[in-house]
Write a protein that binds this ligand. Sequence first.
Ligand code: FAD
Ligand code: NAD
Length: 494
Amino acid sequence: MVREVDVVVIGAGPVGENVADRAKAGGLDVVIVERELVGGECSYWACVPSKTLLRSAAALRAAQRVPGAAEAVTGELDVAAVLRRRNEWVSDWSDAGGEEWLRGAGIGLERGHARLAGLRRVVVEHADGSTTELAARHAVVIATGTDAAVPDLPGLADARPWTSREATSAQTAPARLAIIGGGVVAVEMATAYAGFGSEVTVLARSSLLGGMEPFAGEAAADGLRGLGASVHLGARLVSAARDDRDQVVIEVEGGEPVVADEVLVATGRAPRTADLGLDTVGLAPGDWIEVDDTLLVAGEPAGEAGWLYAVGDVNRRALLTHQGKYQARAAGDVIAARAAGGLVDDADWGVHVATADHAAVPQVVFAEPECASVGLTEAAAERAGRRTRVLDVPLGSASGSGIHGDGPGGRARLVVDRDRETVIGATFVGPDIAELLHAATIAIVGEVPIRRLWHAVPAFPTVSEIWLRLLEALGRPDAPGDRGASAPDEGAAA
Ligand SMILES: Cc1cc2nc3c(=O)[nH]c(=O)nc-3n(C[C@H](O)[C@H](O)[C@H](O)COP(=O)(O)OP(=O)(O)OC[C@H]3O[C@@H](n4cnc5c(N)ncnc54)[C@H](O)[C@@H]3O)c2cc1C
Ligand SMILES: NC(=O)c1ccc[n+]([C@@H]2O[C@H](COP(=O)([O-])OP(=O)(O)OC[C@H]3O[C@@H](n4cnc5c(N)ncnc54)[C@H](O)[C@@H]3O)[C@@H](O)[C@H]2O)c1
């Protein structure tokens, strides 16, 4: 039997859920297909468990930076309590809440593995081997996310490596953890497990946090070392194996082997498209799926344009939950608009496009210290041929930062477009700076002129006064004597 619906969404991660929600709100009849847990990677094996694993030790360190509070911190981190709190946040890996939310929103759920079966058709294979065929009147949306990519290092696959799934769901902390990779997962998991007291060794083939300003990766490396981790940059790995004592032994070119109880592979992601029936619509199985700014799959899949969308991680535009959900809002709304024959607002920054993917993708790495960035780095701006001014100020130049806590202050950078006189990139590195980021995102997306930013007054004494220090470093427009001048701050830390 074929079940006819307006829209079929494949994958009930945060992105699929949001597409379904918007399309439903637009008056369409929607079915979502999920083969594991409603809520996806983010809720159960990524954002939520990783952040709950990190938070307790970060809170402890924050207290230790404030004399008076520091003296009151007399105990050790209670790792078992951290793991219990993580288990609560992931509902012990039950998606009953997600299922209830779908029911409440009036979105149909088919549990099973979905595959495309030609034009606007999807076949769902259920756990008992039975199938359901879905025919979409208007659109099919692929929101299947990504899996961890495991590199082809000799012996690694047989060494039972952890991926982000095992690292975020472990019920005990290994005594020794080796981590291959230097990106966000590697840095955050190294921070979490070092905080638990594991002996952590990071093996990165280059520097850390490659997509950010170099000073962010340097601070993350220093921070990890400060937590007792070993950080090897530029490491060339030869092989990995589990020995007869169940230890993982990783051979490193020109160095001593690294021996650990577990090895986490954190070397990026691969799209979940290998077994999705992509060949039935003329696309290559296993590939990332290219889309336009309305999230429509490029070309004419199965010979007809305008019905197949790919949203979230799977389109590789920005592998972040918030950015995928942003795409999802645009996709759900444009599907409803196209179904109704309504106006499609697909100009840059229109309702139905994900323009910010190109200009302002915010990201916070919950490292020690936190590293947050949005927009272009200095190097990316240069590659894009933009004429820029780059301003750096120490975080401690805002007295709010010093009052917030003692210790290494961190750094803030703005990348300003000289021709347009607007901010096009920002990076903040320091303790508890995550919440500084959204102001920068608004400045970039709003293309707020620098001369107007001078009127956005940060409250004293908040860490946000770092914005004033950055503007002072830039100089006030039309005040020729003021280039780079900095007015005194009441009580700024050195
Ligand atoms: C360790 C880690 C930490 C992270 N932390 C953050 C963070 O702090 N902030 C942030 O913004 N991002 C973070 N991310 C990234 C974030 O997890 C992803 O960007 C996000 O999950 C993508 O959402 P999605 O819905 O596209 O895919 P997913 O969350 O992967 O969901 C896809 C869903 O599709 C289902 N599915 C796949 N194939 C099929 C099929 N054929 N049939 C039926 N169902 C299918 C899957 O079971 C899954 O439920 C983190 C990632 C990792 C690995
Ligand atoms: N706080 C957050 O926002 C957050 C947290 C975790 C993950 N994420 C997202 O999840 C995605 C995946 O994170 P990730 O850390 O796995 O990927 P990543 O792309 O951030 O980093 C991959 C790292 O692995 C290294 N690498 C790649 N191939 C390798 C190989 N063959 N051998 C050795 N090293 C290799 C790269 O040099 C890089 O350092 C990211 O895009 C990130 O945006 C976000």
